[in-house]
Design a protein around this ligand. Structure first.
Ligand SMILES: Cc1cc2nc3c(=O)[nH]c(=O)nc-3n(C[C@H](O)[C@H](O)[C@H](O)COP(=O)(O)OP(=O)(O)OC[C@H]3O[C@@H](n4cnc5c(N)ncnc54)[C@H](O)[C@@H]3O)c2cc1C
Length: 465
C-alpha cells in the first residue's frame, strides 16, 4: 500500500449493527495500527499539535505506536489529555489535527483519531492506569459538572496537588459522554467509566445527585473551605422550534430521547421509563445530536427521516456520522422545513407539515441560506418527532449566585481566555461558556481553567503571606 493511503478501519456490518447498540467502529488491530503509525513522517514543526486545543504530542505518541511500545504511546497521551479513548472516538479530527497533516496534501492524512483510540484502548484493556497525582498541596478546589470540561479541569488540578471534589447533578458522572452520545459510538461502561476511574485513582472525589443552585449554592461551597470553583455545567437545556404542535404527545427533545435511552436503558424491555417507539420517526436538525437520535431510533426499530432545511453539503454533523447514518438506512429529507406538527384527536403526533426550501445567496459567514418555495407545503406522516436543534446552558447556578454574570443566551460570561468570571474565585469553561460545542474544546477550557485557578490560589497565598 502506498505511503499516501490510509490503512482502512473495520466497521460492524450495517445490516447487523442496526439491530444492536454495540460499537460501530471496531478500531485497529495492533498490526494495522503499527502500519498506519509508520506512515507518519514525524514533522519537525507539526501543525497537528498547534491546532489541537489540548496540544497533544501527536508525532510523539504515533512514533511509539510505530515502535510497538503501545504503553508508552498511551502514557504520552495521558500527559496531555484526561480522555484520550473518548477523543479518539468523537473528536472532529477531520476538521482539526488531521486536516493539517502534510500527507493529506497528496493523499490520505494520518488517522490520528483512530491511532489515539488504539493506544488509549490498549491501556484500558490491559488495566494500565496512569496516576499522575502530585503530593497534596493542602488546597481545596470544587468543580461543578463531570463532563469533559470538569473532568479535564479536575485532572489538571490533581496533577498540581490540589484536593478536588466534583459536584454532579445526575446519578452518573460523565456529562454528555454518558447521557448524550450513544453506546454504539462511545461505549460508556468500557470507555467513559474507565477514564473516570483513572480520575478517581488520582484522588478526585465525585459526589453525584447534587444540583448546584438547588441542593447547594456557590456560597455554601466556599463556606465548606473550597478556595476556588470551576463551573463546567454544560448546555443541557434543549431548544424547540416555535411552531404549533410542539406539545403533542410523541414530540421529544433529542436530549430527553437520548438520555432516556442511554442513562435509563429505555431500549430494554424491563426499563422503568420505556421510550415511545415510533413506527415512523422524524428527526429535525442536522448535527451530531440529530445523527445520534436518528441512529438510536433506527436501532429501536423505527423508520427514520432526518428533516433538514439545507442540503447534504451543509449538514453540520461529522462526515463519519453522516456516512454511517446513510449506510444504516436513515432517510434524509433535505431542503425541507417543518412548519407545524399535526396531531390526532387524542393529542398524539400524526404528521409534520413541511414546506420545501431552496438555497439562495450567502450570509455574512459564507453560509447559504434557505428560502421557502411558494405553495410547496406537504404533510409527512410520522408518529414521533425528535427535535435536535441545539441547546443552551441552564441559568440555575447564576440565578442563585450573586455577581455571576450570564449573557442573553444564559452563557456564563468569562472575562478572558483563562475562564475567569465576574465573581471572585469562580472560573468557568466548556459548553456553559460557549454554548453547545465540542468535547475537545470543553477539555481545552477545563485545562485553561485549572491553570488559572492554580495561579489565582498562589496569588491569594502570596497576598496573605
Ligand atoms: C448527543 C450529542 C452528541 C455529541 N457528539 C459530539 C461529537 O461527536 N464530538 C464532539 O466533539 N462533541 C459532541 N457533542 C458535544 C459535546 O458532547 C459537548 O460539547 C461536551 O460534552 C461539553 O462538555 P461540558 O463538560 O462543557 O458539558 P457536559 O458534557 O454537558 O457536562 C456538564 C455536566 O454538568 C452537570 N451539571 C449541569 N448543571 C449542574 C448543576 N447545577 N450542578 C451540578 N452539575 C451540573 C451535567 O449533569 C453534566 O454532567 C455531542 C453532544 C450531544 C448532546
Amino acid at each position: 500500500m502506498s505511503k499516501f493511503t490510509r490503512i482502512p478501519i473495520r466497521y460492524q456490518d450495517p445490516d447487523k449493527r442496526i439491530h444492536n447498540f454495540d460499537e460501530v467502529c471496531l478500531g485497529y488491530t495492533p498490526e494495522e495500527a503499527v502500519a498506519e503509525a509508520k506512515r507518519c513522517i514525524q514533522c519537525k514543526n507539526p501543525n497537528c499539535v498547534s491546532i489541537c486545543p489540548v496540544k497533544i504530542d501527536i508525532p510523539g505518541f504515533i512514533k511509539e505506536i510505530a515502535n510497538e511500545d503501545f504503553e508508552k504511546a498511551a502514557r504520552i497521551l495521558n500527559e496531555y489529555s484526561s480522555l484520550p479513548a473518548v477523543c479518539g472516538r468523537v473528536c472532529p479530527q477531520e476538521d482539526q489535527c488531521e486536516k493539517t497533516c502534510i500527507l493529506g496534501r497528496k493523499g490520505d492524512s494520518i488517522a490520528i483519531g483512530k491511532l489515539e483510540r488504539f493506544a488509549a484502548d490498549y491501556a484500558i484493556e490491559n488495566g494500565i492506569r496512569f496516576s499522575n497525582k502530585a503530593r497534596s498541596n493542602g488546597h481545596k478546589v470544587a468543580v461543578i459538572g463531570s463532563g469533559p470540561a470538569g473532568i479535564s479541569c479536575a485532572g489538571e488540578l490533581l496533577k498540581k496537588g490540589y484536593e478536588v471534589k466534583i459536584f454532579e447533578a445526575l446519578h452518573k458522572p460523565g456529562g454528555v459522554l454518558v447521557y448524550g452520545i450513544p453506546e454504539f459510538r462511545l461505549p460508556s461502561e468500557k470507555i467513559v467509566s474507565a477514564e473516570i476511574e483513572n480520575l478517581k485513582d488520582m484522588g478526585a472525589e465525585i459526589e453525584t445527585n447534587v444540583v448546584v443552585g438547588r441542593t447547594i449554592t456557590l456560597k455554601d461551597i466556599f463556606e465548606e473551605g473550597y478556595e476556588a470553583i470551576f463551573i463546567g455545567s454544560g448546555a443541557g437545556l434543549p431548544l424547540f422550534l416555535d411552531i404549533p404542535g410542539v406539545n403533542l404527545n410523541g414530540v421529544f427533545s433529542a436530549n430527553e430521547y437520548l438520555t432516556r435511552n442511554n442513562l435509563m436503558n429505555a431500549f430494554k424491555e424491563e426499563a422503568d421509563t420505556p421510550i415511545k417507539l415510533g413506527k415512523r420517526v422524524a428527526v429535525i436538525g442536522g448535527g451530531n445530536v440529530a445523527m445520534d437520535a436518528a441512529r438510536t431510533a433506527k436501532r429501536l426499530g423505527s423508520d427514520v427521516y432526518v428533516i433538514y432545511r439545507r442540503t447534504k453539503d451543509e449538514l453540520p454533523a461529522r462526515d463519519e456520522e453522516i456516512e454511517n447514518a446513510i449506510e444504516e438506512g436513515i432517510n434524509f429529507k433535505f431542503l425541507t422545513n417543518p412548519i407545524e406538527i399535526l396531531g390526532d384527536k387524542e393529542g398524539r403526533v400524526k404528521a409534520v407539515l413541511c414546506e420545501k426550501m431552496e438555497l439562495r445567496g450567502e450570509d455574512s459567514s459564507g453560509r447559504k441560506f434557505p428560502v421557502k418555495v411558494e405553495d410547496s407545503q406537504f404533510a409527512f406522516e410520522v408518529d414521533v418527532v425528535i427535535m435536535a436543534l441545539g441547546t443552551t446552558p441552564n441559568p440555575l447556578i447564576a440565578s442563585t449566585a450573586e455577581e455571576l454574570e450570564i449573557d442573553d443566551k444564559n452563557r456564563i460570561i468569562t472575562l478572558n481566555d483563562r475562564g475567569e468570571t465576574s465573581k471572585e474565585g469562580v472560573f468557568a469553561g466548556g459548553d456553559t461558556v460557549t454554548g453547545s460545542a465540542t468535547v475537545i474544546l470543553a477539555m481545552g477550557a477545563g485545562k485553561d481553567g485549572a491553570k488559572a485557578i492554580d495561579k489565582y490560589i498562589k496569588k491569594q497565598q502570596k497576598e496573605l503571606a
